[in-house]
Design a protein around this ligand. Structure first.
Ligand code: NAG
Ligand code: NAG
Ligand code: NAG
Length: 421
């Protein structure tokens, strides 16, 4: 069964849900904050209620698919020619500045993520080697990278990076927003970089009460962006409830210095985001829901759902490819195995990974029966080469994909774009 899954190259139809006006229209943050849940009795009652509500056939069917429980052994597919970029670990998000051929990523220490990584519920503040992630600039042409100094960011500041995105102020002047899970709370670091420079300039730190569990960013301007919150609860039993029962309790925040509000909700574990070139379409991954929300910004920056594309694995970060107007989504095929490895100190995490391409189906224009989107598997790995894959950034000029990983000691893998994609 695993084999079939891995080697099938045909396209699969996307199940789409008719768009409903689910966006919140910038409603105030939901105020069911942790404090109201604190009393044990409420918690237990809530757990029972959601359990009962969730015990439906569809829930189990979806859970089995998402958790990869019936997959068996995963067979690598289209991994020929992939090379590990040596010396980097746990490089979660990758963004390419195509004009300069530079890729920006942040890399950490795979083992230490087991102790400190709030997005995974790992909150051991005395973790070793956990707080000094590197900001890496990878040159696609030469295949070499440099660790850039973050000039202006005090050396003792925690650096536990996650999602990032680039806003181009000009062809060579970039503003980079990076999620940072500091021990004092998660923030967005604003950085600036001029192509050709050695160092990246630290500009400011954005902390906001609506940005509690930031995951990924879509940059909109020199100081404005969308950011996804991947959980409602930072810790505690309710965090398990929202994960296991896939509660739609998360959101996307619009941030600007003048105005910050919920731009879209509800989402089941909102995760990675990507945007097309002019930011008129935002792709948001609903990780535990195993789906992609296709969203459109309104004039006032709230988001309205245009499509909902269901996938059969836990989706991580989407990455937009302008050449084919499609999104490449990387995610976890057997998340349970990966999570088990994460519990074992010293063990390399083997997290089978998959990349799929989602594109508009040309047939949909001709026949109303045709699915709107085509979903094609691009690459699959059993976790020995690409483990805990999180994102695949494509560069057409050099015909390659840079695959980032969340917990792997092979942090960044460079693969040729497989033929036909
Ligand atoms: C944004 O526009 C939508 C649709 O016109 C409206 O429903 C919503 O209330 C507006 N939200 C804000 C924050 O202005
Ligand atoms: C937290 O991390 C430290 C340092 O690695 C380790 O000694 C300690 O056992 C960890 N605590 C827990 C609760 O895992
Ligand atoms: C996508 O990749 C890892 C992600 O990259 C996930 O763990 C993460 O939550 C998600 N977001 C980003 C920005 O990387």
């Amino acid at each position: 069964m695993g084999k079939k899954q891995a080697t099938k190259k045909g396209t699969t139809a996307a199940t789409t849900r008719p768009s409903s006006s689910k966006s919140s229209g910038g409603r105030k943050a939901s105020t069911s904050s942790s404090s109201s849940w604190k009393k044990g009795i409420f918690t237990s009652a809530a757990v029972i209620i959601v359990l009962v509500a969730a015990l439906s056939y569809n829930f189990f069917k979806n859970a089995i698919i998402d958790l990869g429980l019936l997959l068996g052994k995963v067979q690598p597919f289209n991994t020929a020619g992939c090379e590990v970029v040596k010396g980097l670990e746990a490089c979660e998000d990758v963004h390419i500045h195509h004009a300069s051929g530079l890729a920006f990523t942040t890399c950490g220490h795979a083992e230490s993520r087991k102790n400190w990584y709030p997005p995974m519920g790992n909150n051991n503040a005395s973790a070793e080697n956990a707080f000094q992630d590197k900001f890496v600039i990878y040159n696609i042409k030469s295949g070499t990278y440099e660790v850039a100094e973050l000039a202006g960011l005090p050396a003792e500041t925690d650096r536990v990076f996650h999602g990032l995105d680039i806003y181009e102020r000009s062809a060579t002047e970039l503003t980079i927003f990076a999620v940072n899970h500091r021990r004092t709370g998660s923030v967005i670091e604003v950085l600036e970089y001029t192509v050709g420079d050695k160092a990246v300039q630290y500009k400011e730190t954005i902390k906001h009460e609506l940005i509690r569990t930031p995951n990924d960013i879509v940059a909109l301007g020199p100081r404005s962006f969308y950011v996804s919150n991947d959980h409602r609860h930072l810790t505690g039993i309710m965090r398990y409830v929202e994960e296991i029962l896939r509660m739609a309790w998360t959101n996307v925040i619009y941030y600007s210095p003048e105005n910050t509000f919920i731009a879209y909700e509800p989402v089941t574990t909102a995760n990675g985001m990507a945007a097309n070139a002019d930011r008129s379409v935002i792709y948001l991954s609903a990780c535990f829901g195993g789906a992609i929300h296709v969203l459109k910004p309104r004039d006032n920056y709230t988001l309205v759902e245009e499509d909902y594309v269901k996938l059969d694995f836990i989706t991580d970060n989407p990455s937009y490819d302008a050449e084919t107007d499609s999104v490449f989504i990387t995610g976890h095929v057997q998340p349970m195995k990966m999570v088990q490895d994460l519990r074992v100190p010293g063990k390399s995490v083997a997290g089978a990974s998959k990349i799929v391409k989602i594109s508009k189906n040309p047939q949909a224009k001709i026949s109303s029966d045709a699915p709107k989107y085509l979903i094609e598997p691009v690459l699959v790995d059993d976790g020995n080469l690409i483990s805990s894959g999180t994102t695949a950034a494509l560069d057409r000029k050099y015909g390659m994909m840079l695959v980032g990983t969340a917990f792997s000691d092979k942090g960044l893998v460079r693969c040729p774009i497989p033929e036909g994609f």
